[in-house]
Design a protein around this ligand. Structure first.
Ligand code: PHE
Length: 458
């Protein structure tokens, strides 16, 4: 497509907020505390931060390089940079993983809207722990209710993306991201003043090295990728809208650090409230929907108003974080359809919305009536999650690091990162070394792990 007609972010801060919005999502708030809880708390967090620094950031920078230099959607950027080679398959895999992730991500995001409503009408207050669990499972396995909220969420994403890059995506990020930080910090402050909060803080920060196992390493890497939104084409697509003077290294650092910060703040909201009460924090993905309402009710037993506000603010936060992420996933797919199949942006949006809705219905039914329909032992929801997180994303991460580290010319990569020599590109050597050797090896090891290769030896 004519490159002049492509959208672009209006400001550098708009670009950072949009990319940070993509990174900060259900991954940091819904998934992170649960993963940390079941993988040794601080040990997991430490490894996740190290992986973010040494693996996530270089891959994120590479996506930015590919997108801004390739000036296309994820598939088109690879095609523009490496015409007539199979590299574009990596772009296609990323777009496909975005679409499949949307299949379940929209659904969970819709759950959070349901909880906004329940918190809003004060229906979450004063129940027993069992009630919260029963309520959650009854809701997600209901044949209609979650599908209604799924539709609400798909529609929200649809209308923002259909408005375009600057008027839709950038504007929404500029409004939602500051609000999100404000709510997070306010909630963390409130929780940290609770009696016994120190116990939860220790849980988050006291590293017990004996807890670092192969499984922890594996999950932390998967999480670092997911939480940075790398391997899904979103960041390539967003970078294609960056202006030529956007500093790629600085933007990657800001995005990654805000992601880590949000994850830690989310941890500081959940653990210091839950641990002194002896509430189990290892309940997996249901943590924020079952444990948290319970935590707010019990922790603020003396002050129902505070319990009400905290619960409501938390679910609004969760929904906003999810929305800035679904926007980016959606944009990656829409840009692909729009630019390669030559359909208008509006028509592309409608097609993607329809597919997302259908996938979401499938994922929702998998929580209820269709739970018994399994592929490789997983229901449809888990297939979407596991297939993308464990297979497609690492493959595309590997492809991206090999492409920038080995296929592209070193001087072109440096040219892009230094904005044609106008920036110093201080850490370029370290970045390049990690990208060429450490990262591909790490990802290959992890993929082999996932495919059960090491079980032969363990
Ligand atoms: N990074 C987002 C999160 O943490 C999820 C996401 C993945 C968003 C991939 C966009 C692309 O929830």
């Amino acid at each position: 497509m004519n490159q002049e007609n492509r959208g672009s972010f209006g400001s550098k801060i708009g670009a950072i907020l949009a990319a940070a919005g993509s990174a900060i999502g259900l991954g940091n708030i819904w998934r992170f505390p649960a993963e940390a809880g079941s993988n040794g708390g601080a040990a997991f967090i430490l490894i996740y931060i190290l992986f973010t620094l040494f693996i996530g950031i270089p891959v994120l920078m590479s996506e930015f390089v590919i997108g801004r230099r390739g000036k296309g959607d994820a598939y088109g950027s690879f095609r523009n940079l490496a015409p007539r080679t199979p590299w574009k398959i990596i772009g296609f895999i990323s777009v496909l993983s975005s679409l499949l992730i949307l299949g379940y991500y929209n659904l969970v995001a819709g759950w959070s809207v349901n909880y906004i409503v329940e918190a809003g009408i004060n229906d979450l207050a004063g129940k027993t722990p069992q009630d919260y669990a029963d309520g959650f499972y009854a809701f997600i396995s209901h044949p209609i209710r979650p599908i209604f909220f799924l539709l609400v969420f798909v529609a929200l994403t649809h209308f923002i993306v259909a408005m375009g890059v600057q008027k839709g995506i950038e504007k929404a990020s500029k409004i939602m991201m500051p609000l999100l930080f404000f709510i997070l910090i306010a909630l963390a402050v409130v929780v940290l003043t609770l009696p016994g909060a120190g116990q939860g803080v220790h849980y988050l920060f006291d590293v017990d090295f004996s807890k670092i196992t192969g499984k922890v390493l594996l999950e932390a890497l998967g999480h670092a990728f997911f939480a940075l939104s790398v391997g899904m084409g979103c960041m390539i697509t967003y970078a294609s809208y960056f202006k030529s003077d956007t500093d790629i290294m600085k933007t990657s650092l800001s995005v990654s650090l805000s992601g880590v910060l949000v994850a830690i703040l989310a941890g500081l909201i959940i653990f210091p409230a839950a641990i002194p009460l002896g509430i189990e924090t290892e309940s997996g993905s249901a943590l924020v929907f079952i444990t948290l309402p319970n935590v707010f009710t019990q922790a603020f037993a003396g002050s129902p108003a505070l319990a009400y506000i905290s619960a409501l603010a938390f679910y609004i936060l969760l929904a906003m974080a999810a929305l800035t992420s679904t926007i980016s996933l959606y944009e990656a797919v829409v840009a692909f359809v729009h630019e390669n199949l030559k359909l208008s942006r509006k028509v592309s949006c409608w097609i993607i919305s329809a597919i997302c809705f259908l996938l979401g219905v499938g994922a929702s039914m998998a929580m209820g009536q269709w739970n018994e329909i399994k592929l490789f032992g997983f229901n449809f929801f888990d297939v979407l999650d596991k297939f993308t997180a464990n297979i497609l994303i690492p493959i595309s991460g590997l492809g991206i690091s090999l492409f920038v580290g080995w296929y592209m010319k070193k001087k072109d990569v440096l040219d892009e990162i230094s904005n044609h020599g106008t920036l110093k590109a201080t850490y370029f050597k370290a970045f390049y070394f990690l990208l060429r050797y450490v990262i591909p090896l790490a990802i290959i090891l992890i993929l082999l792990f996932q495919l059960g290769f090491f079980n032969l030896f363990l």
